[in-house]
Design a protein around this ligand. Structure first.
Ligand SMILES: Nc1nc2c(ncn2[C@@H]2O[C@H](COP(=O)(O)OP(=O)(O)O)[C@@H](O)[C@H]2O)c(=O)[nH]1
Ligand SMILES: [Mg+2]
Length: 227
């Protein structure tokens, strides 16, 4: 039987974790022939992990901090032939996963990334973050010749086999751009960027504007110079 793993990193997301798990269209995926593994990678000091378990997710505790660290641990525990990702804050359209999986299958795509500017809710992204994202996406386009519109989106649907080839070193927020650059530039797999709805966050933002913004910019340069 085919399996899909939905991997969700969560750092103190008590307010959004249950709603996020409940928003996963498990039945629709099962009717497509997939066994569904919901995997929450928890680094929280609050009740997030417990709530996630109660809501039916498998929880991996990862005490080492960092978005990238959480994803790498999550990928190591993911059993799926296909992996889908999202935040634990109700910003990404989890209900779209079946459509995205269909697209992956029908168009023989290996890596599907999403563009949050497709249908962005008012107030979903702070003006400064919009500016930062624009700088990072333009830099990604220039350094790696990638026609991406959103280099920082955190919702991807991809074939697990990609992870055998991708070199993922980032432990921080820059994992998001690193995965795209690996898949689309270095591995040159079949990829596509799909516009999605992006909503306003539940709970407190974990992204640290300046530190992550400049960190991600430096990481792009580092990745270009030395893969
Ligand atoms: N396990 C774990 N999850 C994290 C960490 N940092 C961020 N996350 C989660 O990663 C997702 C993305 O973070 P978020 O604050 O939403 O960043 P933004 O969407 O870029 O504004 C959220 O679900 C966070 O809870 C971390 O250090 N450990
Ligand atoms: Mg988020």
């Amino acid at each position: 039987m085919k399996t899909i793993s939905i991997v969700i990193p969560a750092l103190n997301e008590e307010d959004g974790i249950v709603q996020t798990i409940n928003a996963i269209p498990k039945l629709a995926l099962e009717s497509m022939g997939y066994q569904v593994q919901i995997l929450v990678v928890d680094g929280s000091s609050d009740n997030t992990g417990h709530l996630a378990e109660k809501a039916g997710a498998e929880v991996v505790y990862e005490p080492r901090l960092g978005y990238g660290r959480a994803y790498k641990t999550g990928f190591a525990h993911a059993k799926g032939d296909i992996i889908a990702t999202a935040d634990a804050d109700m910003t990404y359209p989890l209900e779209e996963i079946p459509n995205l999986v269909n697209m992956l299958e029908e168009e023989s795509i290996d890596f599907l990334t999403t563009n949050r500017y497709g249908y962005m809710e008012r107030g979903a992204m702070a003006p400064l973050h919009r500016l930062g994202n624009a700088v990072l996406t333009i830099t990604t386009r220039l350094l790696f010749r990638l026609k991406l519109n959103d280099s920082q989106s955190g919702m991807w649907v991809f074939r697990r086999a990609l992870l055998d080839k991708a070199i993922l070193r980032s432990d921080s927020m820059s994992l998001s751009e690193e995965l795209k650059i690996e898949a689309c530039h270095f591995i040159r797999c079949r990829w596509k960027e799909v516009p999605i709805r992006y909503g306003t966050r539940i709970g407190k933002v974990k992204l640290r504007t300046w530190r992550d913004g400049f960190g991600n910019l430096l990481y792009l340069i580092k990745k270009r110079v030395r893969r």
